[in-house]
Design a protein around this ligand. Sequence first.
Ligand code: EPZ
Length: 416
Amino acid sequence: MECIVINGGRPLQGLVAASGAKNSALAVMAATLLCSGEHRISGVPELCDISTMKRLLEHLGVRITGSADLRLDATHIDIVDAPYELVKTMRASFLVLGPLLARFGNARVSLPGGCAIGLRPVDIHIKALEAMGAHISIENGYVNAFCERMRGARILFDMPTVGGTENIMMAACLADGVTVIENAAREPEIIDLAAALRSAGALITGDGTGTITIEGVRQLAPIVHTVMPDRIEAGTLLIAGAITEGDVTVENCPVAYMGATLEKLRDIGCIIDESENCARIRADRGLKPVEVTTSPYPGFPTDMQAQLMSLLTLAGGTSLIRETIFENRFIHVAELDRMGARIRVERDCAVVTGVEQLEGARVMASDLRASASLILAGLAARGTTVVSRIYHLDRGYEALEEKLRRLGADIRREQE
Ligand code: EPZ
């Protein structure tokens, strides 16, 4: 297994570009199942979750060429079965259910099961597909779904689920009549998926608001789309600048979608200059503690919680971080504490008391964003930090250590 070794304490400086958004690219790739022909998706990041989605689509019969500029020909779909081996590796695989069902009238997709950060059920996806006329049974850990033809429906989500909104939005594109999703997720990746679907002729309005309306069409054309930049990767790179008291400019930075993150970083005392697609961060010691609550967009993203926590371990005072999206997303706390942080968890709240200095240590990554938080802590720590189980990082960050090295970090990958 590989690990990442960091000799901390070097201020990062310079320019770095964010890659295409993983969570947007995964949904747009799943959407190619909606119609035959060659789809073209640009700006796709090269990372493990994208490879897993490629493997799943190829398993179904999609022919794929290219990497950053993908060509996906979904003309000949051989099977409509997403196996456990692939879905358990990556939950976003469940996004093939809506498109397969809408185009072929049946699908068999493994239930994803639990996940390190929480239970993450898919009941809302299933209830909504049933409201659209699908007959669904769960057998041997698989969702078996069939439907002569999906029909439009008015759907009220119990909570604004990102994946649920994407699955239903895709299915509704080929349904008879109009579907209205209320309490829909408003995340930028939903807007990006809607743009991709519109490029194929889908009739969608309201994306980016809590009410999305989709008028079904008989057929779609191939998608032509460039994936939006990754707001979570951009935020992670900005914190890398801040935590090392550096001066980092992130290009291809979707600042318009990063309001809550940028505002929190400013509250902490970072200086941020922003333009349309670029943000520069500067920070020195004298960081201030803050209170943060994760919530659905436009609130503070759960996917930035762990990284912000690393920064707050060095603030002068006590910060409170409340996690409301996932019930087990504080696994990084024990590892940060091994590096000298002072954090205690009380139910859904982490109480972070700032310390003068973090110390390098051997730590273990438990999920994607936890890995990023440990790398950030390692960049600021005195001495050497070794982050193991780095495959979590590789799932969702494109060449992170290379980008950090170019900014001046002493970071390398080694075999354990
Ligand atoms: C997406 O996951 C992202 N993944 C996650 O990114 C992100 O953390 C999450 O949205 C929240 O922003 C992708 O886009 C591939 P949800 P998703 O459905 O769609 C509950 C990362 O690090 N819920 O919006 O699975 C659920 O348990 C990752 O890149 C139900 O109860 O998240 C959670 O508490 C991790 N029933 C809340 O809703 C359902 O049927 C939000 O989950 C669906 C969800």
